[in-house]
Design a protein around this ligand. Structure first.
Ligand SMILES: [Mg+2]
Length: 381
């Protein structure tokens, strides 16, 4: 195993605190794989060093997609803590390698740990995380808003509001109310939203494999930019058939967690596009590995997220900024539109429908510790 001993920095990690927060949410979200409403739980990670620099991370598990909050907190508190205490926080690749050997899976816990380490390295070096990853290739990233409220009138009102604020990309969640209802919502969207609004469709695995191609041909009439993960993630052969049958590009999300998944999907040309999420791959470096494999096959990527606070959104922003192949924008609307209040001290930087990539050191926006304490339901030290 690679060394995590002394150097190259003079920093050493002195403390790891895991704070489970429960933040009420303002919208109801329905997906093919399950509903999210009421509140969300995140595991907020605070890593302290002997130099007085503190790094922050956010793990946002979703029980029906990546894992549970209980397992995420245990992974950080029990299994990853021993690697971190006393280690040089600059040895990020080595620490992530050790993390993979300490506990299998738990990508959200690893993503939170990694973003806190990059936050420390950035603050210590005076550089934003995007620069540490190779330098930004874009200064802003267009945001996609999810159309996922079961109350369709309220949903369309929200779409009009965010359209008015400059957003032009919309992702309609489908596969939870039947094919006819899905088509009706698409029809309404195309009728009521100006023509320069982009419609993307995401089934979150909610479609039965038999009959999928025939139903998706109906969906193609609404000219979506892409159709995301219609069938269950492990049904990759069916996904490949759908990709070959449709004119509309097909995007793989739940089918691609690891670089090995990406290799299989890319080599088999099982999808036209892939969603990159730090919570599903286990961090920015892992997300870039998946993107690189996709790039080699001519597969462009989209920057997805889970039910994250602004802390994780910032990590995703820096990753996308530094990765040319993640070219389909991002979905970082939760901190602004979904959570009752975000945990960042300043608003997550969205202007005119685009995330502005921070130019300040580390993740680039500080955390409001009082607010973290306000929403804390459990603290593990
Ligand atoms: Mg998805």
């Amino acid at each position: 195993m690679r060394s995590t001993g002394t150097g190259p920095s003079t920093l050493a990690i002195t403390a790891l605190t895991v704070i489970i927060t429960e933040i009420p949410v303002r919208l109801m979200r329905r997906h093919g794989s399950g509903d999210v409403g009421g509140s969300v739980k995140n595991a907020i990670v605070k890593i302290e060093t002997n130099a007085g620099i503190t790094g922050w991370g956010d793990a946002a598990p979703w029980a029906v997609f990546t894992g549970t909050i209980e397992a995420t907190a245990a992974a950080l508190h029990v299994y990853l803590r021993p690697l971190l205490i006393g280690a040089d926080p600059f040895r990020i690749e080595a620490l992530m390698d050790q993390a993979d050997h300490a506990v299998v899976g738990h990508p959200e816990a690893k993503a939170a740990m990694e973003m806190a380490l990059f936050d420390i390295m950035g603050q210590a070096s005076g550089l934003p995380v995007a620069e540490l990853l190779g330098g930004r290739c874009r200064d802003d990233i267009p945001v996609s808003f999810s159309v996922a409220d079961p109350d369709v009138d309220r949903d369309m009102e929200m779409v009009r509001r965010v359209y008015g604020e400059g957003l032009r990309r919309f992702k309609m969640k489908t596969g939870f109310a039947g094919h006819a209802a899905d088509l009706k919502r698409m029809e309404r969207f195309r009728k009521e939203v100006p023509g320069d609004a982009e419609l993307r469709i995401d089934y979150n695995q909610g479609m039965a494999t038999y009959g999928a191609i025939r139903q998706l041909r109906d969906v193609e009439a609404f000219k979506p930019t892409f159709i995301e993960q219609p069938v269950p993630g492990h049904h990759r052969a069916a996904l490949a058939e759908i990709t070959r049958a449709l004119d509309t590009p097909v995007l793989a999300d739940e089918s691609v967690f690891t670089p090995t998944d990406a290799l299989q999907v890319a080599a088999g040309r099982m999808a036209d596009l892939v969603s990159i999420k730090i919570m599903k791959h286990g961090g920015m470096l892992a997300g870039r590995k998946v993107s690189a494999i996709c790039e080699a096959a001519g597969i462009a990527c989209c920057g997805g997220d889970m039910f994250e606070t602004g802390i994780a959104h910032l990590a995703g922003t820096h990753m996308i900024a530094a990765t040319p192949n993640i070219s389909l924008g991002c979905e970082f609307y939760q901190a602004t539109y979904f959570l009752e209040r975000d945990l960042l001290a300043a608003p997550f930087p969205i202007e005119n429908g685009r995330v502005i990539v921070p130019k300040t050191p580390g993740l680039g926006v500080s955390v409001d510790e009082d607010r973290v304490r306000h929403y804390a339901v459990e603290t593990l030290t």
